[in-house]
Design a protein around this ligand. Structure first.
Ligand SMILES: [Zn+2]
Length: 493
């Protein structure tokens, strides 16, 4: 007995030593990267060019027949006249109605190309909200420290920063060794099938296997927004290495309609409401997928000793963490398929019991959860044969594969981030929203989602909402970032 106790004691001390050691050696990076001198940029000229692009209403509508071809054509013309060297020296192809693919051929065909992505379409502005815009949604104004307008941050700032960077590099006589593709979709907001989807098919037909693909989906967080994640308000570069899937389910309750003066015990409305309530009250199971783990470890590396001790030893604390996940919105979204009832419909008149009642519930699928799995889970949770459950529309897709972070491609990206944003915390993670990269999954395993713009509290409210805007400083950093990324990527074997 004594001996067993002794061995137990030794094992406990060893375990603790390992755990403490892991905690101390669990560190972030970025300290050894030398910052690059910022490009001398005529900030106002860059801002004005972006503002001009924001004045062109390249709106994507779910009903494609509403899309304004002329707006897209004039957007193309606008790019052509504002980036003359790009249009003179790169090959430009219009693909799938209004998308653009630019090819900047490198001198060394043995090197795999890179793909920089952005999209030119924007979401519509609702009629009621037009008057709430300080500068009008399509006025394209440069005022205060911002460039204002629909699409400022999603995603024209990225598209223009890429073109600014390429125009600038070309003007300096820079010639890449590695081929660089610029892929600018025109229908990202409605799934991207005809834009990025067609561009990806074109590249695939040509046998292109990109070294990596970079698109929107991650960003820089600062201020209060950063502190909800890390507990400190210093900025965080959030690089999405995967994105969640997207499925909406339609729930339909059918029953006896009739006059409301003699109702049965339950009506379709009551049956449906109960099902929706049950679904909302029953979160789907959480698991520590690799993207969530990368995110938690990325944040943990920068925390104080105790939380770092916890994160550095997830091999022991995994279960506890999964248990904790329902308490934090961010953790929960990273670790489980989320449930959001969004539409409910029944009845037309107050004294008529409707024969059907329907609800739509939107789910963002976590990696590993398939639409079929989801339907089965929802059926079990609702547990009511009177409710029909079906996948709505054609938008159902699983979560993306998870790109690895232990690769030269990811190191190149993080080093470029640190060069432009010295010592910023880089956190890999899972994007809750979808991007055009879903069309590129067959072409490369190295897909990263990051735009170098600061989405602090003020700006976040504007994404798809009112008063969308981007800061002048963000725009300048953006141009520097893409120029540096192209330089770094082309010199790398
Ligand atoms: Zn977007």
């Amino acid at each position: 007995m004594k001996r067993a106790l002794k061995w137990f004691g030794i094992a406990a001390v060893l375990l603790l030593t390992v755990m403490v050691y892991r905690t101390f050696t669990f560190a972030g990076g970025g300290d050894e990267v030398r910052p690059v001198p910022l490009l001398e940029i005529d900030e106002m000229a860059v801002a004005e060019r972006l503002a001009g692009g924001l004045r062109i209403p390249t709106i994507a509508y779910s009903d494609r027949s509403l899309m304004d071809s002329e707006a897209f054509d004039s957007f193309h013309d606008y790019l052509q006249s504002n980036y003359p060297i790009v249009h003179n020296q790169l090959v430009r192809e219009a693909i799938g109605a209004h998308s653009l693919l630019y090819s900047w051929h490198g001198s060394n065909p043995a090197l795999k190309p890179i793909v920089l992505m952005a999209h030119m379409d924007v979401v519509p502005v609702t009629e009621e909200s037009v008057d709430d815009w300080t500068h009008g949604p399509f006025n394209g104004s440069v005022a205060g420290d911002y460039i204002w307008g629909r699409g400022a941050i999603d995603d024209k700032a990225s598209l223009f920063s890429i073109l600014e960077a390429v125009e600038r590099l070309l003007s300096e006589g820079f010639a890449p060794e590695r081929t660089i593709y610029l892929s600018f979709g025109h229908d990202e907001e409605i799934g991207g099938a005809e834009g990025a989807g067609e561009i990806a098919k074109t590249l695939k037909r040509r046998g292109v296997k990109p070294e990596f693909v970079l698109d929107e989906g991650g960003f820089i967080l600062s201020g209060e927004f950063a502190s909800t994640i890390t507990g400190s308000d210093s900025p965080v570069a959030f690089v999405a290495i995967a994105e969640k899937g997207y499925v909406s389910l339609r729930l339909t309750a059918r029953g006896e309609g009739g006059h409301s003066s003699m109702p049965g015990r339950e009506t379709t409305v009551g049956i449906l409401a109960a099902a929706v309530k049950t679904l909302q009250d029953t979160p789907l199971p959480a698991t520590l997928n690799d993207a969530a783990r990368s995110m938690i470890e990325g944040i943990g590396a920068e925390l104080s000793f105790l939380p770092r001790f916890f994160v550095a030893n997830l091999w022991i604390f995994k279960k506890a963490l999964v248990g904790l996940s329902s308490r934090s919105g961010m953790l929960s979204a990273a670790m489980r398929t989320t449930t959001a009832p969004t539409i409910i419909n029944a009845g037309v008149k107050d004294n008529v019991i409707p024969p059907t009642a329907t609800a739509v519930v939107n789910f963002r699928l976590a990696p590993g959860n398939s639409p079929d799995w989801l339907v089965e889970m929802v059926r079990r949770i609702v547990n009511d044969d009177r409710i029909e459950i079906e996948i709505q529309g054609r938008w159902g897709n699983e979560a993306s594969p998870i790109s690895e972070t232990d690769t030269p491609q990811f190191a190149l990206l993080t080093n470029t981030i640190w060069q432009v944003f010295p010592n910023i915390m880089v956190v890999p993670g899972l994007s809750p929203g979808g991007t055009d990269t879903k069309h590129f999954q067959e072409l490369t395993p190295n897909i990263y989602r990051f735009i170098p713009f600061d989405r602090h509290q003020e700006v976040v409210g504007g994404v798809h909402g009112t008063n969308e805007k981007v800061t002048l400083k963000s725009l300048r950093d953006g141009v520097t970032f893409y120029a540096q990324l192209i330089r770094n990527s082309t010199n790398q074997g």
